[in-house]
Design a protein around this ligand. Sequence first.
Ligand code: ATR
Length: 280
Amino acid sequence: MEEMINANTKVVGVIGYPLGHTLSPQMHNAAFREAGLNFVYLAWEVPPENLEKAIEGVRGLGIVGLNVTIPHKEKVLRLMDDVSEEAEFVGAVNTIHNLGGKLIGYNTDIIGFLKALGKDVRGKTAVVMGAGGAGKAVAYALAKNGARCIILNRTEEKAKALAERLSSIGEVTSNKLSPSVLESLKGEMDILINATSVGMKGEEIEGVGEVLSPKLLVMDLVYNPPLTPLLGKAKAVGAEVVEGWRMLLHQGAASWEIWTGKRAPVGVMEEVLLKNLYGL
Ligand code: ATR
């Protein structure tokens, strides 16, 4: 790729703090190579006090676009010239597109989630566990696409507030995340999503193992480990499962498409992501 970098190379990248071991540069650069596009994806660790300067830099240097990650996703929203409906609802921007000096903020979590799920959700009953940033994006995506959505959260008030905000878009209700509530929903749920952070350390939401059945579609947004205890159990009972890395892949592909205006080579991105995430 190095020999391709010249005066015409278009620059994109990610900002966050800390950035840790972000896999985005490998994934996006492989996709640029595959598509024969003269783009390069870089990573900039930007401390909170430098966020505004970094965004001015995007305008000043004509950087084509950015991914935005923790802790900047919310604060960057007010620095945009325009934001998509999804980003506005979720209150967070994860993708910026510089259109001739005008910065547009998007949130590709919504399309990324829907593509990962890969199913028509219209008329289905979906239970979303979690009402944080990820839960918001997932519940919005489901409600907007005609699913009946039940949001469950450990802190019930957060689920209630989110359901109220979504009530103008679709049929959305809320409840406390508890074994008895999960049990009461067993008969009616078609789709079950874990949008909490539970599962990263091999733990499991209490009571969730008891509601799994072969007719369920189960997705876990936790992507490390690839097969969380929830997905492992769901698979064992014969349910269809969707691993969290698929959302990571499709939200990245959606950003790539916003910047390039072309269809993303998802196969190559998947290969690079899996290799770098899990050594597969
Ligand atoms: P993210 O952006 O990944 O959604 P977040 O906004 O911090 O992160 O939200 C984390 C979610 O995981 C919340 O829904 C949180 O529940 P609370 O709102 O009650 O905090 C949920 N969560 C985290 N740890 C949990 C646990 N041990 N049991 C149940 N839910 C948990």
